[in-house]
Design a protein around this ligand. Structure first.
Ligand SMILES: Nc1nc2c(c(=O)[nH]1)N=C([C@H](O)[C@@H](O)CO)CN2
Length: 118
C-alpha cells in the first residue's frame, strides 16, 4: 500500500535555533509531510472521517512547533514525527523541516527523517 497524504510548504513561525539571538526572535520553518494512509477507504466513502485530515494535521503541526521552540531542526522533526504518529495513528511518515535564510548562500537548509513502517 503506497498511498499517502501530503502537506507541502507549511510555514510555521516559531523560536528555533541554537544561538542566543535566535532564542529572542521567531523565524520561519517550512514543513513538508508525507504520511502513509490507506486512501481507498475515504476514496470509497467520500467521508472526511475516514481520511487523514490534512487540515487537522497542519493545525497540530503548527501548535507542536510553536510550543516546542526547538534548538535543533532534528529535535523539532523527531518530536513532531512522534506526536503525529501517536495522535493520528500514522504508520509511516517523512518529515522535512527547512529553515530558509539560515545559511545566506543557500536557498534553504534543513533535515529530513522517516519514522515507522508502511
Ligand atoms: N544540523 C543542524 N545544524 C545546525 C542547526 C540545526 O538545527 N541542525 N542549527 C544551526 C543554527 O541554529 C543556525 O540555523 C543559525 O543560522 C546551525 N547548524
Amino acid at each position: 500500500m503506497a498511498d499517502s497524504v501530503l502537506i507541502e510548504g507549511l510555514v510555521v513561525e516559531t523560536v528555533v535555533g541554537v544561538f542566543d539571538w535566535e532564542r529572542e526572535v521567531t523565524q520561519a520553518l517550512v514543513v513538508d509531510l508525507e504520511m502513509a494512509w490507506d486512501n481507498r477507504i475515504p476514496g470509497a466513502s467520500d467521508d472526511v472521517a475516514d481520511a487523514l485530515d490534512y487540515a487537522a494535521v497542519s493545525e497540530r503541526t503548527e501548535q507542536c512547533l510553536k510550543g516546542l521552540k526547538p534548538k535543533l531542526l532534528e529535535h523539532g522533526a523527531e518530536v513532531l514525527a512522534e506526536v503525529l504518529r501517536r495522535e493520528f495513528g500514522i504508520g509511516w511518515l517523512r518529515v522535512t523541516l527547512r529553515k530558509p535564510g539560515a545559511v545566506p548562500a543557500a536557498r534553504s537548509v534543513g533535515v529530513c527523517i522517516e519514522r515507522g513502517g508502511r
